[in-house]
Design a protein around this ligand. Sequence first.
Ligand code: ADP
Ligand code: NI
Length: 219
Amino acid sequence: MVSRELIERTRAFIEEKFADDATGHDYWHMYRVWRLAQQIAATEPKANTALTELAALLHDIADWKFHKGDEEAGPRAARQWLKSQSADETDIAHVEEIIRTVSFKGAGVPPAMTTLEGKIVSDADKLDALGAVGIGRAFAYGGSKQRPMYDPNVKPELHVDFEAYKNSRGGNTVNHFYEKLLLLKDRLYTDEAKKLAQRRHKYMETFLEEFYDEWDGRH
Ligand code: ADP
Ligand code: NI
């Protein structure tokens, strides 16, 4: 059983750990994903809400992109924290499995979440990459990697596998919309997330139309 106290201690731990991040993985990303996961879980009667909340707070605890491709860094860090809090082994193993599976790994790699709680965390994480917040995060991330905002001469690539996605270099942030963000609405599991995604998806399409219009001097 995951207690409210453990969720609150985990929230405080994540707040302290991610206070100064400027790559789109700051505390407020974890906070929004936590709240979205709560909202989605409320529409899924079979979901273990407390476990879902815990996994949402911990889902990016050590992202592979910031740990030189070590995909086990996240699950390991989550296990260490939850062990220090005397969490149940079954809950620890479930959270580890969710963290291992949650990250987007390229356009050609199908999503693989198996449990309902994992599906909810995955949906909440993807929703936070969409819409106005998603646009803000994409440009913040691009800036942190010294990527140009846009270059009309560089076309988007659809990465066929995780290796290709992980190793891609030299992209620009507008291309990221085609390589990932506009694909996310078709990778959601729950009805509630699909509903929430519609508005966010349209907003990004409108943003891109405006962006090109301004770029080309149409208005
Ligand atoms: P998540 O938190 O959903 O796992 P990622 O870790 O893949 O997402 O990325 C964090 C944020 O940075 C997301 O909003 C994502 O869209 C953005 N991002 C990731 N890669 C790029 C990129 N190459 N260019 C611009 N934004 C990116
Ligand atoms: Ni995330």
